[in-house]
Design a protein around this ligand. Structure first.
Ligand code: SF4
Length: 101
């Protein structure tokens, strides 16, 4: 099989759909700073997360769910100490299991 052509034909959502997630209900590896009101940084994080885990509600409230995190670190680079209060890797054996390279 020509994996290069196979991968090119798949959408990002299709590729992400192959991943497995081992959610840790007892440990949130990312926590938000609820006091952050800087909408420029909040919007940047919402736009940048490849897993679309940040959602800005109409009332301006930021919703986030760490389950489904790809552990890419983008939100940490953009917003550590502003939107992000804590960023850590999941505990061993938990988190994302990449299935498409
Ligand atoms: S580490 Fe990456 S995938 Fe996980 S919440 Fe941050 S931006 Fe999204």
């Amino acid at each position: 099989m020509d994996w290069g052509r196979y991968n090119m034909a798949m959408s990002i959502d299709d590729k992400l759909g192959h991943n497995r997630f081992h959610a840790d209900d007892n440990y949130a590896h990312i926590e938000l700073n609820k006091d952050c009101t800087d909408m420029d940084i909040i919007k940047r994080v919402v736009m940048a997360c490849p897993a679309q885990l940040y959602r800005l509600e109409e009332d301006g409230k930021l919703n986030f769910n760490y389950e489904g995190c790809l552990e890419c670190g983008t939100c940490r680079v953009l917003a550590h100490d502003t939107v992000i209060k804590k960023w850590d890797h999941p505990m061993g054996g938990m988190g994302v299991e990449f299935r498409m390279g």
